[in-house]
Design a protein around this ligand. Structure first.
Ligand SMILES: Nc1ncnc2c1ncn2[C@@H]1O[C@H](COP(=O)(O)OP(=O)(O)O)[C@@H](O)[C@H]1O
Ligand SMILES: [Mg+2]
Length: 164
């Protein structure tokens, strides 16, 4: 049971129609996906650390590939749908899993508020989710909290850039 006072919606239907290139990225962003075989990841025991805690590594259930992507990059010209895809992914992940923390970052908070944050709010509206009923926005903290305690956090990258 979530600790906030928000309520789950009666139903949510995510009707996302990705372009072929967006679909490639979408598949790679799924937690249970092997890029060589397709679906199905399992955690295999690889040994124990000095405190005798078991250590696991993810691998494909079919092809046993352990070379799974940790960092997924999407490129292309403005208007190609990168931010939209990322926003649908963040929201659908927050709905699917309880109590997760997702971060959305841009170079400046200003650009984040003017673009991606609006895309996120628009998608929430399209899904029929209601502010202060199903989710809550804290503009001061830059957070978006869902009924199941999952949260999207806004971050500014400008301050942490070390290489130019
Ligand atoms: N699969 C899609 N379904 C519906 N609208 C989309 C889709 N992909 C992109 N869009 C729309 O296209 C526009 C540009 O997409 P955006 O994500 O802002 O591009 P980028 O971040 O790559 O510059 C946005 O208004 C977005 O709503
Ligand atoms: Mg963008």
């Amino acid at each position: 049971m979530a600790s906030n006072k928000l309520k789950p919606p009666k139903s949510v239907r995510i009707d996302f129609k990705p372009s072929p290139r967006q679909y490639e990225l979408w598949k790679l962003l799924q937690p249970d996906f092997c890029p060589l075989y397709g679906a199905g990841i399992q955690q295999v025991l690889i040994g124990y650390d000095i405190n005798r805690n078991p250590q696991y590594k993810p691998q494909c259930i079919k092809c046993l590939n352990q070379n799974l992507p940790q960092l997924i990059l999407g490129g292309g010209s403005a208007g190609g749908g990168k931010s939209y895809l990322g926003s649908v992914w963040l929201i659908s992940s927050c709905i699917r899993f309880d109590n997760i923390r997702a971060v959305v970052a841009r170079k400046t908070l200003k650009s984040l508020k003017e673009s991606t944050w609006n895309t996120i709010k628009l998608i929430l509206k399209d899904l029929g989710l209601k502010e202060d009923v199903n989710f809550k926005i804290n503009n001061l903290e830059g957070t978006l909290l869902f009924w199941n305690d999952s949260v999207i956090i806004m971050k500014e990258m400008a301050d942490c850039l070390v290489l130019k």
